[in-house]
Design a protein around this ligand. Structure first.
Ligand code: GDP
Ligand code: ADP
Ligand code: 5GP
Length: 209
């Protein structure tokens, strides 16, 4: 039994999942958490640092990692491989650190099967128009890439009903409050509380009156 919880977060590209995870991690007094750094064969965007946003690898390296069973899940998204390293997440969960996976629905499905105790959250945009505006405003993808991501958006959104929680990311601060509520509620689950408060429970149950 891991003491940390695995949180799977999916959304159509541009809905705000990376911003929400980043904002969650930047808060003080939160539960210890980190975002799992995926491997990808896509090229770094301007400003993206290897080992910080992704581990950038080529196809050959990625395929060799698949053969070594190094991934808890992997998928082909937007013509590139993306995968989550097993070692990276297991180590953190064992140390009681919650782990966010920013992965697509195909990856989410694989992780849910292997780790049914994980929690999954789907982030929706308030409209398709706003989704497109955010992709344009982010300014990191060219028009062709944006068009591809918009075409893929509805098929990603169609999987929203496979998730435990849904956040509509219209007002950012409200979405962050919703994410905090989910994280708090997960930490209060009986199985987590039993581990976090082992000594208290033992003392409460041992006392004779
Ligand atoms: P973004 O959607 O704008 O953040 O663009 P990215 O290129 O960073 O990610 C593209 C898609 O790949 C998104 O749907 C991510 O959720 C997904 N993705 C990123 N890392 C992984 C991973 O390790 N596994 C899987 N299955 N999907 C991933
Ligand atoms: P994703 O990781 O889902 O692809 P990002 O977190 O990169 O999405 O967000 C896409 C763009 O939308 C970014 O420029 C981000 O700053 C912006 N954004 C995120 N959430 C909101 C929001 N609630 N309102 C307005 N803009 C937002
Ligand atoms: P800027 O790129 O100047 O930081 O953000 C411009 C606007 O985009 C903000 O006023 C806000 O509406 C929206 N936005 C984009 N990303 C974020 C984010 O991470 N947090 C919040 N609160 N708003 C964001």
């Amino acid at each position: 039994m891991y003491t940390g919880t695995l949180f799977i977060i999916s959304a159509p590209s541009g809905a705000g999942k990376s911003s929400l995870i980043r904002a969650y991690l930047a808060q003080e007094n939160r539960h210890p958490a980190k975002v799992s750094i995926s491997h990808t064969t896509r090229k770094p965007r301007p400003g993206e640092q290897p080992g910080e946003h992704y581990y950038f690898v080529d196809n050959q390296e990625f395929e060799s990692l698949i053969e070594q069973n190094a991934f808890v899940e992997y998928a082909h998204v937007f013509d590139h491989y993306y995968g989550t390293s097993r070692a990276e997440i297991e180590q953190s969960l064992m140390q009681g650190i919650n782990v966010f996976l920013d992965i697509d629905w195909q990856g989410a499905k694989q992780v849910r099967q292997q780790m049914p105790e994980s929690k999954s959250i789907f982030i929706l945009p308030p409209s398709l128009k706003e989704l497109e505006n955010r992709l344009i405003k982010r300014g990191q993808d060219d028009a062709q890439v944006i068009s591809k991501r918009m075409h893929k958006a509805q098929s990603e959104i169609s999987h929203y009903n496979e998730y435990d929680y849904v956040i509509i990311n219209d007002d950012f601060d409200e979405s962050l409050r919703s994410l905090n509520a989910i994280m708090t509620s997960a930490s209060l689950e009986q199985s987590k509380q039993a581990i976090a408060h082992q000594q208290l429970l033992a003392a409460l149950l041992a006392a004779k009156y």
